[in-house]
Design a protein around this ligand. Structure first.
Ligand code: SF4
Length: 333
């Protein structure tokens, strides 16, 4: 399938901040439980958060599940353990709720790779050239980028939405080039790909994946579609985090799964389907594959935000338009 790639934008990366002082988790966890009750808060946590945070959450999930769960919440406060664009999404879908993010600096390299002003200029250039297109945007993007989009997708519903785009339109897919390329292959739709990528999924080592497949010849390799093509082509299953959980759940006998996604996902897989063995594919430069942005949220910061009711995601002018696109894309079948 032919696709075209834009010139690379500048990436801005938020640095890791995991140097917390030693603490007694038991006390902090007890405080979080007490504050959660006092504040009438619901804790939503992404699968890429540390297991200790996922354990405290009322709902754990991928972006789509959490976005939908956010619309069902009846408590006045949502503490969102994830990254900034996810908390923004929760706020847009729940304007009347107080949405807290334990660390406001918890960003996303993928979202940062597509600044709204750059996207707007590129769309203008396409329009001036008479191109008829719709912009399909991965949920890992800022509200300002969502406001410039026709559709928002997650890895869970992307294929379904791409198939909805009328054939007479080209698709400008932003910001994840790897997910876009994968979708182009499975749907047969030609796409213009924005050259963004996730710093975590980008660095899996294909040599290590091949070596692990040799070590576990009966095992199954499962990969997130944010991974580059060389990882996907060596995988037995490609899917978002919810799809991965369903896939491994389909194996009745204990099985070795070689997993190419953020390392905390293994905690979620093991807690849902403990009969299997899970082996993370290491990265080229480091063995952990943990997202440094997600790791900015700690138990202490979760406690502090419930105690102080800050940092909070406040309503921004671009949320109105972004909310409309979000609701059309994620909440209606
Ligand atoms: S794992 Fe990648 S896509 Fe997800 S929040 Fe981290 S940088 Fe962004």
């Amino acid at each position: 399938m032919s696709t075209s790639l834009l010139p690379p934008p500048q990436l801005s990366v938020v640095t890791d901040n995991r140097n917390e002082s030693p603490h007694d988790d038991t006390d902090v966890i007890a405080e979080i439980k007490r504050l959660k009750k006092e504040r009438g808060a619901t804790i939503l946590a992404h699968y890429y958060q540390e297991g200790e945070i996922q354990e405290l959450a009322d709902v754990t999930g991928d972006s789509l599940k959490l976005a939908r769960a956010a619309t069902q919440v009846d408590s006045p406060v949502i503490a969102f353990c994830g990254v900034h664009f996810m908390a923004e999404t929760a706020k847009m879908l729940n304007p009347s709720k107080k949405v807290l993010l334990p660390d406001l600096q918890a960003g996303c390299s993928l979202s940062d790779s597509c600044p709204a002003d750059k996207l707007w200029r590129y769309q203008e250039m396409l329009r001036e050239n008479g191109r008829k297109f719709q912009t399909v945007t991965y949920i890992n993007s800022s509200a300002a980028v969502k406001a410039l989009s026709d559709w928002i997708v997650t890895s869970g519903n992307a294929e379904q939405i791409v198939r909805k785009v009328p054939e007479e339109y080209e698709i400008l897919f932003v910001p994840d080039q790897h997910l876009g390329r994968y979708l182009s292959e499975v749907t047969g739709r030609k796409m213009i790909l924005w050259p963004g990528s996730c710093m975590v999924h980008e660095i899996f080592s294909v040599q290590d994946l091949i070596a692990m497949k040799k070590k576990f010849p009966q095992g199954k390799a499962i990969a997130h579609p944010e991974c580059p093509q060389n990882i996907l082509e060596h995988s037995d299953f490609i899917g978002g985090t919810e799809a991965m959980i369903r896939y491994v759940g389909g194996y009745a006998e204990p099985t070795d799964f070689i997993v190419a996604t953020e390392a905390n996902m293994l905690w979620q897989l093991a807690s849902k389907h403990p009969r299997h063995r899970y082996h993370p594919v290491p990265g080229i430069t480091c063995a952990c594959n943990k997202c440094p942005h997600m790791a900015r949220n700690t138990l202490e910061k979760l406690r502090d935000c419930l105690r102080d009711l800050t940092p909070e995601i406040t309503w921004q002018p671009e949320f109105d338009k972004a909310k409309e696109v979000l609701e059309r894309s994620l909440l209606r079948d």
